[in-house]
Write a protein that binds this ligand. Structure first.
Ligand code: PLP
Ligand code: TYF
Length: 397
């Protein structure tokens, strides 16, 4: 049976983790996979999460299945976090969350929903985007296309993006990154979002907004600005929300697909479809991470603690961005890399070429993705000069 099964390459981003582990150079730097790290290079469990887990151990009475849409308290609290506590959509019961295994599960559920319920619609991704977007929607059977996002000069090209969106087939789905664009770190400004919204309305596009880094850009509320603008201005919207980064729950696979519909009745139709699709994918979602999030968001003190910790992560990355640009100044490179301080979230499209990335790895044990994407959170303040010198070396010759 299995004789014809060939081997395929592993995930290039996750493989970097392994290569880094095997590197014995004490000066090695891991700027590869997109997980937050603290100054010690660890990916910590937030204290609020740990406390919530301890409370759950004591209070949990059953492990029986949760329903197809998952933990209802989690769904309600996460929807508020994303759409805003005073959201009219929530009051009108026009928006609802279906709990999924991480943001990836939410994306796959959205992909299958589009193929089942909106047949013939293509999905359009930014060029570049998170590589899993490319394969996941293709696997879900959708026709995948691209709109320009970052130009050859490694700058956000809003004009090219808008021009391309203007020509998309009416009714197609456009995937947008809510904030902290992966892999580039280049985010749309509010005026750009408003222009995108106008094109979405004119072409009757359906936005699918991937929200994997809420709290890592300009702050928890500011990062939701575009999502809330679209939710207020459009009758229909899909949002995939991930708790992996902002709650540090990566391996607990915690996220949701939030659907905004024209009215409460239509939302129920859509949710019946989502539960039916999810049944064939994972039946019911994993409970633990969602219970933790519900515990944190539902408790004043835990929520305050979590907000502080999240803000600490955000500020650490922002200060590392500024620090790296400063450290590049003595090498005459601060202007060339000024964009690193302007980008948002963990990732930076540095503008380094594949050859330079390879040299950084082979000669300096600095690990980043071949596209020139660096996870800035993998740095620490005492290593900025080391990295700046290495970058200077590969940029000069
Ligand atoms: N979307 C983007 C843009 C991401 O970078 C990630 C990262 O992991 C995800 C979705 C999926 O997150 P999760 O780990 O929650 O599946
Ligand atoms: O882009 C990243 O690094 C994160 C983590 O298959 C990730 O989003 C990378 C690859 C993958 C799953 C998660």
């Amino acid at each position: 049976h299995f004789a014809t099964v060939a081997r395929v390459p592993g995930d290039p981003i996750l493989s970097l983790m392994e290569a880094y582990r095997l590197d014995s150079n004490p000066a090695r730097l891991d700027l590869g996979v997109g997980v937050y790290k603290d100054a010690q290079g660890l990916t910590p469990i937030p204290r609020a999460v740990k406390l919530a887990e301890q409370q759950l151990i004591d209070s949990e009475r059953t492990k029986t299945y949760v329903g197809g849409h998952g933990d209802a308290a989690f769904g309600a609290l996460l929807s508020e976090l994303v759409l805003g506590a005073g959201s009219a959509l929530l009051a009108e019961q026009r928006a609802g969350a279906t709990q999924t295994p991480g943001g990836t599960g939410a994306l796959r559920l959205a992909g299958d929903f589009i193929r089942h319920c909106l047949p013939g619609r293509g999905i359009w991704l930014s060029d570049p985007t998170w590589p899993i977007h490319e394969t996941l929607f293709a696997e879900a059977g959708l026709k995948v296309g691209h709109y320009p996002y970052v130009g050859a000069d490694n700058r956000l090209d809003v004009e090219a993006m808008i021009a391309a969106l203007t020509h998309l087939p009416k009714g197609d789905v456009v995937l947008l990154h809510a904030c902290c664009h992966n892999p580039t770190g280049f985010d749309l400004a509010p005026r750009d979002w408003k222009r995108v919204l106008e094109v979405v309305k004119a072409r009757e596009l359906l936005p699918l907004i991937d929200f994997a880094y809420q709290g890592f850009g300009d702050g928890l509320e500011d990062d939701a600005w575009a999502v809330r603008l679209f939710a207020a201005e459009l009758p229909e919207l899909l949002i995939t929300s991930s708790c992996s980064k902002n709650f540090g729950l990566y391996r607990e696979r915690t996220g949701a697909l939030i659907v905004c519909a024209a009215d409460a009745e239509k939302l129920l139709d859509i949710r019946s479809q989502l539960a039916s699709i999810a049944r064939n994918l994972w039946s019911t979602p994993p409970a633990h991470g969602a219970a933790v999030v519900a515990q944190v968001l539902g408790d004043e003190a835990l929520k305050r603690l979590w907000l502080d910790e999240l803000e600490g992560m955000r500020q650490r990355v922002a200060s590392l961005r500024r620090g790296l640009v400063e450290a590049l100044a003595p090498h005459g490179l601060s202007e060339r890399f000024a964009h690193i301080a302007e980008q948002r979230g963990m990732f930076s499209y540095t503008g380094l070429t594949a050859v330079q990335v390879q040299r950084l790895r082979e000669e300096f044990s600095v690990y980043m993705v071949g596209s020139g994407r660096a996870n800035v959170a993998g740095l620490d303040a005492t290593r900025l000069e080391q990295l700046a010198s290495a970058i200077a070396r590969v940029c000069v010759n």
